[in-house]
Design a protein around this ligand. Structure first.
Ligand code: PNS
Length: 174
């Protein structure tokens, strides 16, 4: 457990499917690291929010984030780990005191509120913290990136170069 409810939170988890990581995600990760001294990016093994499988394997999604953190000059102490099962269990195993997520539009809000309520019900000691997405990334999502890339168009304004290269290879092969 992460201690009593009065403890100052020093370690947070930024969870997601990251299929693949976008500039929007990296913006949230960067900002989480500005707010908290220790940040772990938690990459979910399971299917995404619509219950479908992922385009990239868990290992590929973890690798892409690690590469992007280095490429984009984010603090090197940000760790990236895969997880299976419940997010709250993973946070407890790590000793993290909170979860940071980005919010883009009202559509995100309803989904995120539901997840935060559920997590809070299962683990009242964990805080959910939300950062508003930067306006320039408000429209960026992994599904939009996959869709554009699958049609053969360039997505270099939406994702880092390493992810763009992996997307091209992925859709060229499929
Ligand atoms: O990138 P996403 O789809 O917004 O990430 C959603 C994610 C992975 C954070 C969420 O589905 C999650 O926490 N999954 C782990 C399983 C879990 O804890 N479920 C209960 C809370 S919804």
């Amino acid at each position: 457990m992460s201690g009593s409810s009065a403890d100052t939170i020093t370690h947070v988890v930024v969870p997601g499917t990251f299929d693949p990581v976008t500039f929007g995600h990296l913006d949230v990760i960067r900002r989480a690291r500005r707010l908290f001294p220790r940040v772990t990016v938690a990459v979910a093994a399971s299917a995404n929010k619509h219950g479908r499988g992922t385009s990239f394997t868990l290992e590929e999604r973890v690798d892409m984030i690690r590469e992007a953190i280095e490429l984009e000059g984010l603090p090197a102490d940000i760790e990236v780990l895969p997880f299976t099962g419940l997010l709250v269990t993973f946070c407890h195993e790590l000793g993290a005191g909170g979860v940071v997520k980005g919010l883009r539009a009202m559509t995100d809000f309803e989904y995120e509120l539901q997840q935060a309520d559920l997590n809070s019900h299962m683990a009242p000691d964990l805080e959910s913290v939300f950062v508003m997405s930067s306006p320039k990334y408000g429209y960026v999502s992994s599904s939009i990136v996959r869709e554009i890339s699958a049609m053969g168009s360039d997505v270099s304004i939406l994702v880092p170069a390493n992810v763009n290269a992996r997307l091209r290879a992925h859709f060229a092969a499929s």
